[in-house]
Design a protein around this ligand. Structure first.
Ligand SMILES: Nc1nc2c(ncn2[C@@H]2O[C@H](COP(=O)(O)OP(=O)(O)OP(=O)(O)O)[C@@H](O)[C@H]2O)c(=O)[nH]1
Length: 268
């Protein structure tokens, strides 16, 4: 209510007091005053309701914004977690693939990966006539290494032989652990004579190897069987041929390299 309004109210109250009940103006003035009071009361009520409504709406608007903000933050967090999770899954996948395809002791391709590569190589041979050879390498009298120096030293011997073989072959070749103390080399684009020369080089490298056990030096030798993949043969037949050549090398006294083509021990 304004100051003018206040004055008018005072004057009205004054007039009501001054005019007696018997005055003809008293009754209309009293009704007018009552009507005015009612109006003021209603106006104040409406104002209060409107104020309350406005602050409620503002509060709702505020909480809506903060709720959206909160949800956005949660979403960002979920995206971050999901990114991290995906990276972890990616790394885990690589680790799993590595574990499934590589030998734990030597880190070389295992039998499964070798078999995959063999299948690919024989497919390339069938389609495009690309040659390949296999070399089966077996450490001689390895049981006696284990028996004499212990299994741990036996493991070290396998690791060292793996290192030598892997270092000697080309990038395109696959040098893997076929099982136990036996290794298989897959040599793409290699015919039997070249594979025989490589086999002999590997035999000599293994012969030169020295493995330390306490104060002792361990020397070992290996026998090697080589076979070139031929027409109308499966890769498992070629493996059998390399195995037979290896058997011949063992029978001929070990520490030698035999190729199936000649089935002759290469003299050293
Ligand atoms: N330390 C160790 N020994 C192994 C591993 N895998 C296989 N061996 C052992 O290698 C030995 C192989 O023995 P054999 O098959 O008799 O062959 P070898 O003594 O090498 O005899 P030849 O092959 O005939 O010269 C066995 O005693 C196996 O227990 C391995 O991962 N670590």
């Amino acid at each position: 209510m304004t100051t003018d309004g206040d004055d008018l109210e005072k004057r009205l109250v004054g007039l009501l007091q001054e005019t007696g009940q018997d005055n003809v103006l008293h009754q209309p003035l009293a009704e007018l005053w009552q009507t005015h009071q009612d109006l003021v009361y209603r106006l104040e009520r409406i104002t209060r309701i409107s104020d309350a409504y406005q602050s409620l709406a503002k509060e709702r608007e505020m909480s809506l914004v903060s709720r959206v903000d909160k949800q956005l933050r949660q979403l960002e967090k979920i995206v971050r977690i999901s990114d991290r999770y995906q990276h972890m899954m990616h790394d885990l996948n690589i680790a799993l693939q590595e574990a499934a395809s590589h030998d734990v002791l030597t880190g070389l391709p295992n039998r499964r990966l070798l078999t995959d590569r063999l299948r690919e190589a024989s497919e390339r041979y069938r389609r495009y006539g690309r040659p390949f050879s296999l070399a089966m390498i077996d450490i001689d009298h390895f049981k006696s290494v284990n028996d004499r120096f212990g299994h741990e030293t036996g493991d070290n011997v396998i690791i060292e032989v793996a290192r030598v073989l892997d270092a000697e072959v080309r990038e395109e070749d696959t040098c893997g652990r076929w099982g136990g103390e036996e290794f298989l080399l897959l040599l793409p684009e290699t015919e039997a004579p070249a594979a025989g020369l490589l086999g002999e080089r590997l035999r000599q490298a293994i012969e030169r190897l020295t493995i330390r056990h306490k104060d002792e030096s361990i020397h070992i030798t290996a026998s090697i069987g080589i076979a070139a993949h031929g027409d109308a043969s499966s890769y498992s037949e070629t493996i059998n041929h390399a195995d037979n050549a290896l058997l011949q090398a063992k029978r001929a006294g070990r520490n030698q390299c035999v190729t199936t083509a000649s089935a002759q021990a290469i003299p050293f």
